[in-house]
Design a protein around this ligand. Structure first.
Ligand code: PLP
Length: 367
């Protein structure tokens, strides 16, 4: 059994993906170009925003967004301590300061009630993460941000395709950033990402920053990076995007199937889907008391699982300098000790899910 079966997905769409790739090879336009433009237009329309800007990863999407907002030394950015390191890494990378707010115990997303007290005159952005494929509470977050006139960047690296309050992820705030890392809900065959916004001025700045700060060839009004999206990756994504609506339906069905079965087992907390949300199950994550023993037990039976994430960011050595301690964010710390993700992808079979659930049931009786 695979945790994410990318090969099975490839076999399903092989003809379309191969044809996209060979079209790019034959065109010899490998960096940006018409494929990237087509993808940007299609995904921006899907997300319900004016501009999609293809970039080289989700991390670069976040960096370019922060740079376009002019964030740098002395600035503070409020985010969650319970996420992949990239979310906060980009803030420190630009010499700004990550300021963490604890999470909601049910959704594992930033708790909007913990944000306002952290706002200072130096707060220049809020980055909520739509973790595991469910959007954060953007009604509450945008209300606070609007009150203080602070821009909100959605880290939507796990949530492309999710809906909150009838709007799609990446279109819920000023800026949305997603990742096309292979195992994300829509992944390419390497690194890739996209920034979404309806702000024309920001979009223009972002396009310049992601291409060495250039506004026309060899003319560089600002400092930028090499953050461009490759045409081959855009081709792969165009082929996969046709099937994406069907895939998120299948992901949701698989998630609900797990939840139905796992709810019958004592001591397993299944994902809570909050009001106004759908879920794309980038990860199907459960909470149990004896997490490490369950992970080991599953491994012995040949069932892959993963822990997203075992150490909250405020306890990572790289963030020691921020001065947080154990106990600073009790909810994030408790979840980090109990959370684990089960095999999940659009092509998972019910028989495989039954095997996972059966194994969990057996192991929990023994440990
Ligand atoms: C994957 C991920 C990123 C980084 O995306 P890359 O494309 O790997 O750079 C950032 N934030 C979150 C929440 C992610 O899951």
């Amino acid at each position: 059994m695979k945790f994410v079966d990318l090969n099975k997905q490839y076999q399903h769409y092989k003809k379309e993906i191969d044809s996209q790739i060979f079209e790019v090879i034959n065109s010899s336009v490998f960096i940006m170009g018409p494929k990237v433009k087509e993808l940007e237009d299609k995904l921006a329309a899907y997300a319900g925003v004016q501009h999609g800007i293809g970039v080289s990863s989700g991390t670069d999407a976040l960096i370019v967004s922060l740079m376009a907002l002019g964030i740098g030394p002395g600035d503070e950015v409020i985010t969650t301590p319970f996420t992949f390191i990239a979310t906060a890494e980009v803030i420190s990378f630009l010499r700004a300061k990550p300021v963490f707010a604890d999470i909601d115990p049910d959704t594992c997303n930033i708790d909007p009630n913990k944000i306002e007290t952290l706002i200072t005159s130096r707060t220049k952005a809020i980055i909520p993460v739509s973790l595991y494929g469910q959007c954060a509470d953007f009604i509450a977050i945008n209300a606070i941000a609007d009150k203080y006139n602070i821009p909100v960047i959605e880290d939507a690296c796990q949530s492309f395709g999710a809906v909150f309050d009838n709007k799609r992820s990446c279109g819920l705030s000023l800026i949305g950033c997603t990742s096309f890392f292979p195992s994300k809900p829509i992944g390419c065959f390497g690194d890739g990402g996209m920034i979404f916004t309806s702000d024309d001025i920001l979009a223009k700045k972002m396009r310049e920053i992601m291409a060495h700060g250039q506004d026309r060839r060899y003319h560089h009004p600002v400092i930028g990076i090499n953050g461009r999206l490759d045409a081959i990756q855009a081709g792969v994504l165009l082929a996969k995007f046709k099937h994406f609506p069907d895939e998120i339906k299948k992901r949701f069905e698989a998630g609900m199937y797990y939840t139905g079965k796992l709810n019958k087992i004592d001591g397993v907390k299944t994902p809570v889907i909050a009001d106004k949300n759908t879920h794309v199950f980038a990860q199907y994550s459960i909470e149990v008391d004896k997490r490490d023993a369950l992970v080991d037990g599953l491994k012995e039976m040949g069932i892959p699982s993963a822990v997203h994430y075992p150490v909250p960011l405020h306890l990572q050595p790289a963030f020691n300098y921020l001065g947080y301690n154990k106990g600073s964010f009790p909810v994030a710390e408790a979840v980090a000790s109990r959370i684990m993700s089960l095999p999940m992808h659009p092509f998972i079979e019910k028989t495989e899910q039954d095997e996972v659930v059966g194994a969990i049931n057996d192991i929990l009786k023994k440990i």
